[in-house]
Structures are given as C-alpha cells and as structure tokens.
Design a protein around this ligand. Structure first.
Ligand SMILES: CC[C@H](C(=O)O)C(=O)SCCNC(=O)CCNC(=O)[C@H](O)C(C)(C)COP(=O)(O)OP(=O)(O)OC[C@H]1O[C@@H](n2cnc3c(N)ncnc32)[C@H](O)[C@@H]1OP(=O)(O)O
Ligand SMILES: [Co+2]
Length: 141
C-alpha cells in the first residue's frame, strides 16, 4: 500500500514567514505561489525539494482543521506526512479492516495536488497524522 513520500505537511501561522525561513535559512529556491483551499480550510504553499515537497499550510476560515494544532503549537510545526497509494478506496477499506479510523466522512476529498486524499487518525499511527494521496494516474509509487 504505502508508496512514495509525497510531502511533509508543516502548519504555520504565517506562510510568508515560513517561506522566508526555508528560503533564507535553508536556501530553498523552488517555492510555489500560495493558494487557498477553502473546502479544506487551509492556505497552501509548496516548497519543492529534489525528492519531495514541504507543504506549508496556514489556517483559512474559522473551521480550519489546523486551528487546534496551532493553539497547542503557536509557532507552528510538523503537522502530517503524506504518502502516495495506487487506489485510495482500496487503501481506505484495508485500513478500516485493520481497525484504523479514517477522518472526516471517510470519503476521499480532493487535495492540493488535485487527487483524492484521506487522513488516518493519529491515534492509529503512533501519534503521526498520516495523509494518503492517490498517485496521479500513470505515476506509479
Ligand atoms: C489541502 C489538503 C492538503 C493536502 O495535502 O492536499 C492538506 O494536507 S490539508 C491538512 C489539514 N487538514 C487536516 O489535517 C485534515 C485532517 N485533520 C483533522 O481532522 C484534525 O486535524 C485532527 C482530527 C487530526 C485533529 O483535530 P484537533 O486538533 O482539532 O482535535 P484534537 O485536539 O481533539 O486532537 C485529537 C488528538 O490528535 C492529536 N493531534 C492533533 N493534530 C495532530 C497532528 N497533526 N499530529 C499528531 N497528533 C495530532 C491531538 O494531540 C489529540 O491527541 P490526544 O492524545 O487525544 O490529546
Ligand atoms: Co498534505
């Protein structure tokens, strides 16, 4: 099931400030344009790496799912890890059969890369919020 590491999600109170950190402290050069995802309650900005991405996420709207995390971690922090899977529904059903809790309605939603995503509750993965993202068709994992 588990495929490529697609991105590491980093929650931040300010994408602008975080972009400056990755650019000025770590020399990141491939930094995307921030964009809003109202349906997911976040503003997103990707920092491209040679073999993956950092996904900077900032709360968008009162119902953002990351308000709780930032209340506990006001300066932000590592929020989730996203792995690619071939078939998101098969992965979901397999995980449920193993006793995992799939967050939200359990139906995939469209993520920042335009493909279906799901999240596994941290309690089922050793305290790590895991995002699964269906690989873009034609791109194996
Ligand atoms: C645009 C999509 C984009 C993409 O890649 O395509 C994204 O990745 S968007 C990312 C933001 N969206 C989500 O994270 C959706 C899924 N997340 C959730 O539903 C919530 O964040 C949830 C349920 C994981 C936590 O919600 P909340 O913090 O409000 O609830 P609690 O405080 O009750 O937390 C429950 C329990 O989980 C622990 N927790 C919370 N966040 C994390 C985390 N990021 N990593 C690890 N653990 C986390 C929290 O400490 C509580 O633990 P407990 O032992 O019960 O105190
Ligand atoms: Co993500």
């Amino acid at each position: 099931m588990i495929g490529r590491l697609n991105h590491v999600g980093v929650a931040t109170p300010s994408i602008e400030a975080s972009v400056a950190l990755y650019r000025d402290m770590l020399g990141a050069t491939k930094i995307g344009t921030p964009f809003d995802m109202p349906a997911q309650g976040v503003r997103v900005c990707f920092v491209d790496l040679p073999n993956s991405q950092i996904e900077l996420i900032e709360p968008l709207g009162d119902a953002s799912p990351i308000h709780g995390f930032l209340a506990k971690n006001p300066k932000g922090g590592q929020h989730h890890v996203c792995f690619e899977v071939e078939e998101i529904l098969a992965a979901r059903d397999e995980l449920r059969a193993k006793g995992a809790t799939i967050l939200g309605t359990g139906e995939p939603r469209i993520g920042a890369h335009g493909t279906p995503i799901l999240f596994i509750h941290p309690k089922d993965m050793g305290g790590v919020l895991i995002e699964l993202m269906e690989s873009p068709k034609g791109e194996g994992h």
